[in-house]
Design a binder for this molecule. Sequence first.
Ligand code: PEP
Ligand code: MN
Length: 282
Amino acid sequence: MDELKNTKIWKRKKNHNTIVKCKHVNFGEGYFTVIAGPCAIENSEMALITAKKVEKLGASVFRSSLFKPRTSPYSFQGIGKDGVKILNNIKAETNLLLESEVLSKEHLDILIEHIDIVRIGSRNMDNYELLKTVGKLNKPIILKRGMSSTLKEFLLAAEYIMDSGNEQIILCERGIRSFDNYTRNTLDILAVPSLKELTHLPVIVDPSHSTGKSSLVPSAAKAALAAGADGLIIEVHPNPKNALSDGEQSIDFNTFEILMGELQKLSTVFDKSTIFKSVLSY
Ligand code: PEP
Ligand code: MN
């Protein structure tokens, strides 16, 4: 890890951990911030129903994906730029912040005025030109770990963003590829405390893509809180069986409600007593 010692993201570069602030929402020490919403926005109605529900249950940021990276070119690719008006409607109807994935500079140009947080997905973690581009923005970036990336590669990808001028970076552990395929990926739970030893940046966990199974999402989410994560990004759908993408790993409203209650209770055991504070404080 010697190569990291001269980086800007290195833990001892600062004498405090970074809290990424975005309007009324904080990511970092003392906070446990929940981002929730469908894998992809499918239509206006399901997006608004989901947004209102997850907000009521304590999420402070809405997953608002319009562009989807799919393994098959014949799978649903997201509703694309037509979805921008849906994002604006959710903004008008809720206090949720919006976050969305960009796969290219073109997507960024379409979304930038309409979202609060930009997500770089696993498949683009080492797209260095895109990292440099988002490094010039004045908006927080969620950087997801590449599915076959070491922690060092992950951190050096974050360094590209920081070195381009953007210090508002949230790291996201989303599972890595391993030999077992019972789960979609293997949640590297120790990535959370390891990253916290190495960097001052906030770390969140994606229990949805790391498991691929809705039945395992609550366990992964609770393990993330216990391991010291600063939040979650979690797929919630009003009717997972009919979802156009990732229905198997999306949890329904009822499961999300139970999980949020459990997280609330767990947070009092760990030093995350300000869980959901960012939602309650406005
Ligand atoms: C997502 O969060 O929508 C996604 C595609 O996840 P990942 O980039 O981790 O595969
Ligand atoms: Mn998904």
